[in-house]
Each structure stands twice: as C-alpha cells, then as structure tokens.
Design a protein. Structure first.
Length: 267
C-alpha cells in the first residue's frame, strides 16, 4: 500500500482528510497523489440557466485555484512525496478514474453541513464503485493513528475478507489488533480462519466474540470503538448491497454517519 489518493477540495473536511493522508503516507513510506476536483455546479448543462452556470463554474474554479496554491505551499514543507492534479468533473467519477493505480482513497466518512456538491455521499459511492479500499475520516479528525489500536469488524462476508486483505500493510504497523466477531447468524467464514490468515502475515490479533443480545450491529461496533479506545476500524462495506441497507438500515451506512474514528472500508 504505497499509493495514496487524496481528494483535494475546498470544504470543511479537507483539513482532516489531509492530516490523515499525510500520516498514512508517512507511515507507509508511500506517495501522496492529490486530486483537486473543480466540481461541476448542478446548473451546468441547464440551457435555461446558461449564464448562471458559467458564473458558478468560474467561481468554483477560482476557489479551487486558491486552494491548490495554499496546499502546494504547505505540502512543500511536509516530508512526503506528493504530486497535484486538477480537473473539472463530478467528484465520485473523477476519483474513480484517478484511482486506477491507487492503493487507497482518502475521503471524509460524511460531512454534517450542507455542501454544494455530493460530498455527503461520496464515501458510499466510492465504496460501491471504485473497487478500491477507502479511508473514510471524520471531519473533525486531527490525525490518523496508523500505529495505534485497530479493530477488525468480522462477519465473514466477501466484503469483510476483502477489507482484511487490503488492510494487512496497516495492521502490520498497529500497536494491537482485535478481531471482533458479532454472531448475527449469518457468518460465512470463521473469525479463527481470519486470525490464522493474519498470523501468516506475522500479525497476531486478539479474538473477541460478541452477541447482539437485543442490540444492533452498529451499536455493538460503536461501543467497542469506545470501550477499546480504538484508533481506527477495518470493515467490509455494503456486503448486502446499498439498496438493502437503505431500505432496512445497515452497518455501513450507520458507521459512515457515526464513527468517531477513521474507517478503512473495502467491498
């Protein structure tokens, strides 16, 4: 995991994304690829609002040009290898296209304030469509404790095993790793098999078993993050599909909305 792709965009989550991406890149001795996206305003393409669309796009481009200038000066003082690209487009497709040779994409898990664009749903879109693991960062995060305490949320699904495999370079650096199995009656692969897999990578996790006992899976995971003082969580994303999660509620949606720590998510 050497190639870290970071969304650069002038919004309230940029500082947390940047700090997390810098911490991750340093820890992995990797390369930080910064992609600034001049997001197309919603009115662009509307023939009835052509003048307004042009003005909005011009304002957006000017704002992002100033943002890039500030970040270039700042990154020049950081001890990481980096590059900066800029393009005009929609956020999720732009990141997907740029991620062909990325190992992980750094975005916010969500943003609480209303934004001009689709930033609130960006992490979900990338989990579903990019084919890459996502580091989804709370907007108030000041760092990413790569060498801290990690929890792997284990349900034995294909999404979960994909996340575990992708997270191995991170878990190698962790102070401690907990494999947390929550028995909801739908386990496909045993947590002990996951522990054996990690041990072959010289990662020796502690296994914990939890039952729901009337609680929801998100409630259990959030309690574990708090009680174990975890620094980040590894989990599979949308293992049952986004539509099912939207209709019936789901773990991925809940954690993207509520997690107090960064989430490393793959599908």
């Amino acid at each position: 995991m050497k190639n870290v792709l970071l969304l650069v965009h002038d919004d309230q989550g940029q500082e947390s994304r940047l700090q997390a991406a810098l911490d991750l890149t340093r820890a992995l001795d990797g390369h930080l690829a910064c992609l600034d996206v001049v997001a197309v305003p919603a009115l662009v393409g509307d023939p009835l609002a052509a003048d307004a669309s042009a003005i909005l796009l011009q304002d957006e481009r000017a704002r992002e040009d100033r943002n890039i200038e500030r970040l270039r000066a700042r990154l020049g003082c950081e001890d990481v290898a980096w590059d900066m690209r800029s393009l005009v487009g929609d956020l999720a497709p732009a990141l997907e296209d740029a991620a062909a040779l990325a190992d992980v994409i750094v975005v916010n898990r969500t943003l609480t304030a209303t934004t001009r664009h689709d930033l609130k749903e960006l992490a979900s879109e990338l989990i579903l469509r990019s084919g890459k693991p996502i580091l989804a960062v709370p907007e108030d995060a000041s760092s990413f404790e790569v060498r801290g305490r990690a929890i792997v949320a284990w349900d034995g699904s294909a999404a979960c095993t994909a996340a575990l495999r992708a997270a191995v370079p991170l878990l190698h650096l962790a102070e401690s790793v907990i494999l947390l199995e929550i028995d909801d009656g739908a386990l496909e692969t045993s947590v002990r098999d996951a522990a054996t897999y990690l041990s072959r990578h010289d990662i020796h996790p502690l296994i914990r078993f939890e039952k729901l006992l009337g609680r929801t899976v998100p409630d259990v995971l959030l309690a574990e993050i708090r009680d174990r003082r975890a620094d980040y969580m590894v989990m599979g994303g949308y293992g049952r599909g986004r539509l099912v999660e939207t209709l019936f509620g789901g773990v991925t949606r809940a954690l993207l909305r509520q997690s107090p720590v960064p989430l490393f998510v793959a599908r």
